[in-house]
Each structure stands twice: as C-alpha cells, then as structure tokens.
Design a protein around this ligand. Structure first.
Ligand code: ZN
Length: 293
C-alpha cells in the first residue's frame, strides 16, 4: 500500500460503464483452487449470496465481465473466499442489521452481481477502485492484495468497502433521486475530470469530503455517504476542522444525505455508521480462510 499513497489523487470509480474483454484466464491452482474447494465455495455462495439475496458472486475472472482496456489478473481462490466472507459481514449484514433483520432491502436494491478481479486496474497513471454498471454489477479490484490472516480495516475500506458503499449510494439515488437542495450546495464548483488536480485538503476547503466528490454532484453524494459510514467520528471531525470555511457545505451535504436516507429508505445513517464501525472492529476475529459457516 505504501507506494500507492502518492497516487491517492488518481484513484477513482467508474460508474455506469459497459464493458467487454479479451483478457485470458489464468488457471494456476493458486488462482482457481482445487475442484473440491471450488465446489464447496460455490455451495457456500449459493447459501450465503444467491438464495438469500439474489446476488451472483463471481470470483472467476470471466472475459465478458472484465473491461478490455485493462490488463487484469484473476482473484486468487483464498482471497476470493476471504472477500466473500468480508463483503457479507461488513456490507450486506450491516444493512440487514440497520433494517432490523429485514433482508428484502438488499434483495431488491442490492447489486445483482459482485465481480472480483485480482489486480488493480491501471490506466494512464490512474487506478480504478471499483466500477458499477447501472446498479446491477459491482466490480472490486485488487482482491489479491488482501491478507486473510491479517486484514487491515483501513486497507479493506480503502480498496473494497468505500467502493461498496459508494456504488450502493448510486443505486439508491438512481432509484429515487436525492433532493434538489443537494445540487444547490456546491453548484458551479464541480470540476469534472479536473478533480485529479485537487489535493485532499483543498477539496475539503472547497466543501467536498474528497477530491473525487468535487467532480460531479452524484459522485459528491456517493462520496459523502461512503466516507461517513466507513470512518469513525474522530476522522470525520478532523476533516471538518481541516475544511475551515468548507465545513458548512460538507455538513449541509451530510445532513441532506442523512434526511434522504431516513425518509426515503428508512435507514438511519448514524446507526449504519455505528454498525459498520463495530463490525469493522470485529474483523480480526473472523475466520476468513474456512467456509465453516
Ligand atoms: Zn461513483
């Protein structure tokens, strides 16, 4: 992760793309697991993703599911098992918990497919963290970077869970639009692709929680929610202090997102954050290597 720090500004999401690929599969055993392992994993996925939530969890890199602009590597078998358990524990179960054990919400609005890619997707000096296509499919990259024996929650959030919350926020606002007031807070300040030239601090001072949030209003909304739930109060407060005059705008956006989530989806954003934070602290106790539950 160290070498990635200087590239932070270049990290982004791609939302609403369509894709195809001519990448070839790597069938070394470290990637694919044994036939017996795959069978057990496929059964586990049926029980934990397909039947309860109607989510197809694709851990095999499939040509037609990968963007042909990148040179991609499949996710290793053991890493795929770990990320499948983590996505369920940190993301799916967090929403189910905040909705009082009601799984219908995820069933209806959750992505229909989660697709894993082992490598990051590099292109012209930029790294894609995740992609979502019309709310149907979320792709998580760099899965092979995960260490199932020693998961670091900051890395997990950085690579996978901020992506999951970000993309899911898009699914929600594409289903029912957030209020017009959100558009008005930073109207005229969105930079489009110029966001890559903005530092974290400058973005905060301009009223955006991240530089990428300053690219476009829907990205701003998704970044506000994703960063709020994947960080604790101390982190958020620190950003607010750094923001100075920009703090008012960030807090207004948070307040509108909070009201929207409550009134539109019956989700208390603060409860969701508490749940996500509590579960994040429990990650080290999870068995990410065995499919015993
Ligand atoms: Zn986005």
């Amino acid at each position: 992760m160290k070498h990635l720090k200087y590239m932070t500004l270049m990290l982004f999401f791609i939302c609403g793309i369509s894709s195809c690929s001519e990448d070839s599969m790597d069938d070394r055993s470290i990637f694919t697991g044994t036939e017996q392992q795959k069978k057990e994993f496929d059964n586990w996925l049926l029980k934990n993703y397909v039947y309860p939530y109607n989510i197809d969890f694709k851990y095999r890199l499939e040509d037609h599911e990968s963007d042909h602009d990148y040179n991609l590597v499949p996710s290793e078998y053991g890493k795929s098992v770990a990320i499948a358990k983590l996505v369920k524990f940190l993301w799916i179960d967090s929403y189910i918990e905040v909705m009082d054990d009601n799984s219908e919400f995820i069933c209806t609005y959750g992505p229909k497919m989660i697709h894993l890619v082992g490598s990051p997707a590099y292109e012209e000096g930029q790294i894609t963290l995740g992609t979502a296509e019309g709310g149907l499919k979320v792709t998580l990259y760099n899965v092979n970077n995960l260490d199932p024996k020693n998961p670091v929650i900051e890395d997990l959030n950085f690579w996978y869970f901020k992506t999951m919350h970000h993309e899911f926020s898009h699914i929600l606002h594409q289903t029912i639009e957030f209020p017009q007031e959100f558009y008005e807070i930073s109207t005229g300040k969105y930079l489009g692709s110029g966001w890559v030239n903005v530092t974290d601090e400058a973005a905060l001072k301009r009223g955006f929680i991240t530089p990428y949030g300053g690219s476009e209003v829907h990205e701003d909304f998704a970044e506000t929610i994703a960063n709020y739930v994947t960080h604790d109060a101390a982190w958020w407060n620190k950003q607010i202090i750094i923001a100075g005059d920009g703090a008012t705008y960030i807090q207004q956006k948070l307040e509108l997102a909070r009201t929207y989530m409550q009134e539109t989806w019956n989700i208390n954003l603060d409860s969701l954050r508490d749940i996500v934070q509590r579960r994040s602290s429990e990650v080290l106790d999870l068995d990410l290597e065995n499919l015993n539950d």
